[in-house]
Design a protein around this ligand. Sequence first.
Ligand code: SAH
Length: 218
Amino acid sequence: MTDLRGIGMTSQRTRMRLLDRLQAQGISNQLVLDAIGEVPRHLFVDEALAHRAYEDTALPIGFNQTLSQPYIVARMTELALQNGRPGRVLELGTGSGYQSAVLSRVATEVYSIERIKPLLDKARQRLRTLKARNVRCKHGDGFEGWSEFGPFDVILGAAAPETVPENLLSQLAPGGVLLLPVGGSSQKLIQVTLTAEGYDQTIVEDVFFVPMLEGVQR
Ligand code: SAH
């Protein structure tokens, strides 16, 4: 049976401690804190790692990939909400599906692309278990975006390309925001906003993400 509520190290009390830590690190948006408090992160990692799910660390999910640290998920979600609740969000790198589940609680529609098929299949199962029905996933290359469902109010990347892909910028709605880690061994989280005057780019902070790779993996 899937344990949604959690016991011991996955209990509600352990989760609340994570929220306290996130607040201490400057996360203040209540919608974001509520969403993180509600999504059972222990369901997004292997059972052997479940007891570490509410630590503020990245965790392995197989295929050399990691579930992002809660702080960075919270930070990016907070940035995604800077203009209020977004309508359509595009996520690049579904991974475990955790960030998608958090986004599903604050956005109207979430579209998420993952290049590694087995990871996507597992993520889909978890999102189904959590009844996150406003998330649509596809196996594909995030560099291509998902123009069929665009333009997007927010495009959020969980893997780092070397430079900002032009193609993704073209899928932003007016006023829309692209949040993406960019760089190689040294990375910055950048934010690009589509304003009436053009694209406005700012650097948010130093980050460390897995690289964004081209093509798909079966
Ligand atoms: N948001 C995820 C983080 C997963 S790590 C979570 O909450 O678990 C980043 C993911 O991006 C990996 O699963 C990796 O396979 C994927 N990725 C890397 N390059 C990609 C690309 N071009 N298109 C889609 N996904 C990509």
